[in-house]
Design a protein around this ligand. Sequence first.
Ligand code: 5AD
Ligand code: SF4
Length: 521
Amino acid sequence: MAKETKDYSKYFDFSNAKVLSEDENGKRIRIAGRDIHIVSEPSYKEEKRRGKEEVQVLYDTEVPEEMKGFGDGRFYHITTYGCQMNEHDTETIKGMLEAMGYSFVEDRTKADVILLNTCAIRENAEDKVFGELGHLKTLKTENPDLILGVCGCMSQEESVVSRILQKHAFVDVIFGTHNIHRLPYLLRDAYFNKEMVVEVWSKEGDIIENLPKKREGMKAWVNIMYGCDKFCTYCIVPYTRGKERSRRPQDVIDEVRELARQGFKEITLLGQNVNAYGKDFADMKYLFGDLMADIQKIAIPRVRFTTSHPRDFDDHLIEVLAAKGNLVEHIHLPVQSGSSEILKRMSRKYNRETYLELVRKIKQAIPDVVLTTDIIVGFPGETDEQFEETLSLVREVEYDSGFTFIYSPRAGTPAAEMEDNVPMEVKKARLQRLNDLMAEISLKKNLALKDQVVEVLVEGESKTNAEVLSGRTRTNKLVHFRGPQSLCGQFVHVRITEPQTWVLKGELVEQVVSETAAALG
Ligand code: 5AD
Ligand code: SF4
C-alpha cells in the first residue's frame, strides 16, 4: 500500500541534510555541500488521490518571449527511456528547447544541457538510468556549467528523488510528468542560481495545449488522454501519470488534420488506457469509438492506437474499427495473465472468459485482425497451473506477437506488499517457455503470409543492410525488400517470399500505391 505519510528517512539517512530556509516557495536544504531548492516533491499519497476537480484546458502556453534566445548558440541532448508516451513527451521537450534557441547535438560531450527522460515501469528501466547518471558525473566534473536534468516517470517517485538527493547531487534539475511546460523556467533557475532545483507536481495539473513539438519522419504520435485510473496492483503508472484526463475532441481532431496537411503518413493515438477516452467529459457523451469514427474521416493514411484496456473495449469501437479505411486492423490488447485468479489479484477487472469473449467478438467483426499483447509472468504467488493457463490462453488467441515481462515489484503499489514465493529461476524459466511459444505462433502466422502481397509504408534502410529497405504493414509487421531509396516515405506493394519469425522478407511488386488507395485500405 502507498504509505500514509511521506517520509524520506525510510529510503535514506537524511541526518546529514541541513534545512537552510523554508517558505511558500519551497525549502532550501544543503546536503554534503550541495544546495538544493525543493520547490515541490513527489508524494505517493497525493499521487494516489483522485480528486473530483474539473480539469482546465490551457491554450496560451507558448514558450515565454523572455525565454526565447536563452539557448542561442547552446546545445542539448536528451535520452528517452520507456514507452511511446515518453517518446512523445521528448518531442515536446525538444520543441520547447528549440523554441528557446537550443540546438540538438548527438555528441553528449558537446552539450550544455543533458536530460534523461526516464521510465519507472520496471526495476531494470530504473537501473539503466542510475547507471547512466554514474557516467554523466564524469562529464559534469569536466564541465561544471553543464546542466543535467532528470524528468519523466522516475521523478514522480519519492524513493528516486531521495536517492538522487543523496547519491547523485550533481544533478541540476528534477522535474516530473505534469510540469514539462515549466522547463524553460527550471533551466533558467538552475543556470543562474547554481543550485539543484526539484519541482515535481504530485497532483496532475491542467491539460496544456499548444506546446511546441519537434516531430521527425513520417509517423507522428498524438496524445488523446493523460493518466490512468485503473490502478492495476502491480503498476506505478497511475501514480506517475496522474488521473485520467481526456483532451477535447476538437483539439485532437485539429491536430490530426494539421498532421495530415503536413504530409504525415501514419499517426498513433496515445493514452495509458485509450478505451477510457471521454469517460471524464462531464458536458457530453463522446467516447473513444466516437473519436475514431471522426478520425476515420480525415485523410491521413494510417491510424493506430495504443494502449487498450480490455475492460473498456466496447461494441461501438469494434464496429467503427471493422469499417477499417485508415483505421488499421491491428489491436494491442494487453492480457497480462490467462488465470482469472491472478487477474483478480492484479485488479484487472476482467477474467479469462470475458477476455476471450472480447477476442471472439473482435475476430468475428475483423477476421484479418492482428492481435498483440503484454504479459507478466511470475506475479506474486503465481502457481505452475496458473502459468499454464497463460500458455493455454496464448495458444487459443494466437497473438502475432507480444511483450513479455517478469514481474517487477514497484514501491508504493499494492502488489509490492504481496508475499512472493516464486523463485527467480522459476520466473525466468516461465518467461522462456512463454517466449518460445510466442515465437512459434508468430512464425506460424507469418508463414501464412507467404506469396501474399502486402501494403508497406517504407521507413528507410534496414538496420543491417543499406541495400535493403525496411517498412511496416498495416498490421505493424516488419518487412524487408530491395528497392530504391527514393521509395522512403511512400506506400508500396511487396510480395512476401520468405516469412521469418520477426521479419517478412519480400520483393517489390508495385512502386507507389496512391495514398487515397492506402487510406481507403
Ligand atoms: N512488472 C512487470 N511488468 C509490468 N508492466 C507494468 N508494470 C509492471 C511491473 N510492475 C508491464 C505490463 C504493461 C506493460 C506496459 O508493462 O505488461 O502492460
Ligand atoms: Fe498500468 Fe493497468 Fe493503467 Fe495499464 S491500465 S497503465 S497496466 S494501471
